[in-house]
Write a protein that binds this ligand. Structure first.
Ligand code: BGC
Length: 531
């Protein structure tokens, strides 16, 4: 295949290869109608903030019709908007406004499972065992308990029994039944869904649980090493982070790639400028690379950067490992530090002033790397993970396991003013999760007025990145720079990230950007771009 062929969407010319994409968690971004929950008109009204930040694209978490048991990752109708978030006309207006502001739009696609309220699942329940309706899901007879030992990612058995005695598989919540991708009707339905959104003008798809879809056909037991309670943990917060090499008959099966080759062709028919990015938690760089072969995904999230501890050695290993993987298939790398499933990175790095300094430094190092970066709403303000009171928690992980879950990184954005709801919605109505009072210092309004703010830092870093992102080349050369100091060179830019506890001398060069104060030395927890 000619990698420069734009019509395939796979060539080095694809816009996403250098893009910075800003993730919008719709329910927590901006609330236009005052019901305490963010919505699409809210997104549209606040897109100028995203444009001013200096990114290229937005990715919106699911806004489709859904009972919201997993905040929209339980889709009841893939072709309509949940009334909580607005209407199809609101979605069209959002896409139009984004395009006016030169922002591409990526929407979330959830193909591994539907909501139990999806018409297919309701038909399957009504039609009974052995019916074609049940064959769209993974129903099994098993008189002596669940058909196998698989555990849900959200805790507890991955099987639920229905009234007539059959069991159905759900790798996530019991309200998220897994589809049977060996049934051709399922594949055809998703091609229609892709076309529906492509016809409405979206530029791409973030594909949820892309490594799911197919399970080993026998649905055999998983071999669980002694001492490990559950090994189904791939995706969703903590369980993702603790994942180790295990037997996984429920993930990453070879048949899944046929699906993505078909989708790639669907996208290519739209002029080659549409993309798709995989959320695929695979076990090795080699298995990740299979998803981003030239005729499959445009790119895949690289969670190893996000999972790395605060250590120069760990960051260096991630960089080298990432290039080993993407170079196998001529794909572009991606980098991400935060999203709606993990603790926010200032908190992961220890919280407080140190956590924030490290977060800014890791972000600066990330933004110098070739490839594309994904930012999560609120990180440009330096927001930390919030400890949400149990009465407000809504994550199914919390209900199924008692683990506090992911709500703490989903607290609504603070825009302006000195008290909650900080301009999140009109008036004084409170959002679905209370915002901490201290966020008065972290609103977009107050940070815009402060040249030393994290927001000012993100804007400057993104503007500077634009001056070299497409011209500094795709090669990275690691440079020795002392104990616990990460350094690499990319074209004319040299990057240093000081993870140690001592200041280190700065090599010669013009300081293009720094994540904190620097003089002739680079203090701990600080990164710099030199030219
Ligand atoms: C999403 C999660 C979601 C899960 C089930 C993911 O990996 O990012 O937020 O709970 O898929 O759809």
């Amino acid at each position: 295949m000619d990698l420069n062929d734009q019509t395939t969407g796979a060539g080095p010319a694809g816009w996403w290869r250098h893009a910075v994409t800003y993730q919008i968690y719709v329910r927590s971004f901006a609330d236009a109608n005052g019901d305490g929950i963010g919505d699409l008109p809210g997104v549209t009204a606040r897109l100028e903030h995203v444009r001013d930040l200096g990114v290229d694209a937005i990715w919106l978490n699911p806004f489709y019709v859904s009972p919201q048991n997993d905040h929209g990752y339980d889709v009841a109708d893939y072709r309509d908007i949940d009334p909580l978030f607005g209407t199809l006309a609101d979605a069209d207006a959002m896409v139009e406004r984004a395009h006016e502001l030169d922002l591409r739009v990526i929407v979330d696609l959830v193909p591994n499972h539907t909501s139990s309220e999806h018409v297919w699942f309701q038909e399957a329940l009504a039609a009974g065992p052995g019916s074609p309706e049940r064959d769209r899901y993974l129903f099994r007879d098993s008189p002596d308990g669940p058909p196998n030992n698989w555990q849900s990612v959200f805790g507890g058995p991955a099987w639920t029994q229905v009234e007539d005695g059959q069991w159905y598989l759900h790798l996530f919540d019991s309200t998220q039944p897994d589809l049977n991708w060996r049934n051709p009707e399922v594949g055809d339905m998703f091609v229609d869904v892709l076309r529906f959104w492509l016809d409405r003008g979206v530029d791409g798809f973030r594909v949820d649980v892309a490594h799911g879809l197919f399970k080993e056909e026998t649905l055999r037991d998983q071999v669980v090493p002694e001492g490990i309670e559950s090994a189904t943990g791939a995706s969703a917060g903590e369980s993702m982070v603790e994942r180790t090499e295990v037997d996984e008959p429920m993930w990453d099966q070879p048949e899944v790639h046929e699906v993505y080759r078909r989708w790639h062709e669907v996208l290519a028919k739209y002029g080659g400028d549409r993309m798709m990015v995989a959320e695929a938690w695979t076990q090795s760089p080699e298995s990740m690379a299979r998803y981003i072969r030239p005729d499959e995904f445009s790119q895949a999230f690289n969670f190893s950067w996000l999972l790395a501890p605060w250590s120069a050695e760990a960051f260096a290993e991630v960089i080298t490992g990432t290039f080993e993987a993407v170079d196998q298939v001529d794909a572009s790398p991606t980098w991400v530090l935060s999203n709606h499933d993990v603790d926010r990175h200032p908190s992961r790095y220890g919280g407080g002033a140190t956590g924030l300094a490290r977060a800014r430094a890791a972000t600066l190092a990330m933004l110098a790397l070739p490839g594309s970066a994904y930012l999560y709403q609120g990180e440009e303000l330096g927001l930390e993970q919030v400890e949400v009171e149990p009465e407000f928690r809504q994550d199914p992980l919390w209900f199924r396991t008692g683990n506090p879950g992911r709500d703490g990184c989903r607290v609504p954005m603070p825009w302006s003013g000195s008290q909650p709801p900080f301009g999140f919605g009109p008036g004084t109505g409170q959002p679905w999760i209370p915002q901490p009072a201290e966020w008065s210092e972290l609103t977009v309004e107050s940070e815009t007025a402060d040249p030393a703010s994290t927001l000012a830092f993100y804007r400057a870093a993104l503007a500077t990145r634009r001056t070299f992102a497409e011209t500094a080349g795709e090669e990275v050369e690691m440079v020795a720079a002392g104990t616990d100091v990460l350094s690499f060179r990319r074209g004319p830019i040299t990057v240093l990230l000081n993870c140690s506890t001592e200041a280190v001398a700065l090599p010669a060069g013009e300081v293009l950007m720094a994540s904190g104060p620097v003089d002739t030395a680079l203090p701990p927890d600080t990164a710099v771009w030199l030219r």
